[in-house]
Design a protein around this ligand. Sequence first.
Ligand code: TYD
Length: 403
Amino acid sequence: METSCRICSGPVKGSVDLGVQPRGNAFPKPGELAGEFFYPLIVGMCDSCAMVQLMADIPQEVRYHDQYPYRASNSTVHSAHFAGVAHRLLRTELTGRDRFIVEIGCNDGVMLASIAEAGVRHLGVEPSQEVAELARSRGIEVLPRFFDEETAADIRAGHGPADVIFGANVIAHISHLDSVLKGAVTLLGPDGVFVFEEPYLGAVVEQTAFDLFYDEHSFVFSVSSIRAAARLFGLDLVDAEPLAIHGGSMRYTLAKRGARRPTPAVAELLAAERARGLDRHATLEELNRRAERVRDDLTSLLRSLRADGKRVAGYGAPAKITTVTNYCGIGADLIPYVCDSTPSKQNRVVAGSHIPVVPPSVFRQDRPDYAVLFAWNHAEEIMEKESDFTGRWIVYIPQVRVL
Ligand code: TYD
């Protein structure tokens, strides 16, 4: 299978095949399972710019609907991280008079709340109504739109140039990334920066985190692919900083061409990526083989536990659970329920695999023998919270293990 790159139109060859998948964050109600949306989840790399991307194109209106269930403030670790991001921006890029920051996909305002508190001019761009309302209730100004070239031009006309455009776990979601980059050029002031942090290809490959691929993640970025994409649209990659969040992310800083000198980290990370083959198809093909091994090991473990009469539950219903359960063919016959603290996911089921989502109180009362940790990127926080759990944890990233 081959398509053309969403960024540079170069040839993209499919290397990771995760089967037919529904939307990662659909979480349908048990009575609404007819007509679920499915598409082939195949991931490829562009021959020209090394951008890793989904081969299928899923309309964004299908993904970020009114009831989009993801809440960025749900994890205390994430909330602390984004308060830290805001305070760092306030100390660096947002000092001086009448500074202006735009956040793409501000979700429930987890980052902008600190900016608003500091009295700095801001605008959150958030098309999902429910989360936008949560942000508004925290005193944040929200524009309920998708960010693209046109939105950027309208914001500039209404508010003036931005000193910072920020995005977290959202830029890699946007399939019209070319329009976002053009919009950034339009909206940024001459010394403005576009800062975004997204799951990192290097971490996905290292940890065999194939479940980070789902419909919302149109791309998985690397330093080399972002540098190439930025260049195409008149921007320079001037800094890159590895982050631990979401199982391994990278924070990229882009500036207008020639406006800032790149930090040494950019060249160092580029050299490290070349050494690790992050710009080569063979690396994705190897990831595909390792994902197959995880699938085989996880399903055979769950089948043998069921044969032994053990009770197994799932812990955490991130979008990742949709990829892994549908790829492995794991349904409620192997994992009767999964608990999650997000009220808007509870009393619904995982799309495709139809495993019911229940509140954590059910898990605590039920005391299963084993719990599969689907929210593996929150392992520390969850294990600490569930220190009374007497069963055993099953993890499947980077390989299947019983802890
Ligand atoms: P997350 O990994 O942040 O997102 P994504 O959907 O992008 O993969 O999702 C973590 C999920 O785990 C989220 O639905 C909330 C849930 N969760 C709990 O149920 N309990 C917890 O203690 C934590 C930290 C998360």
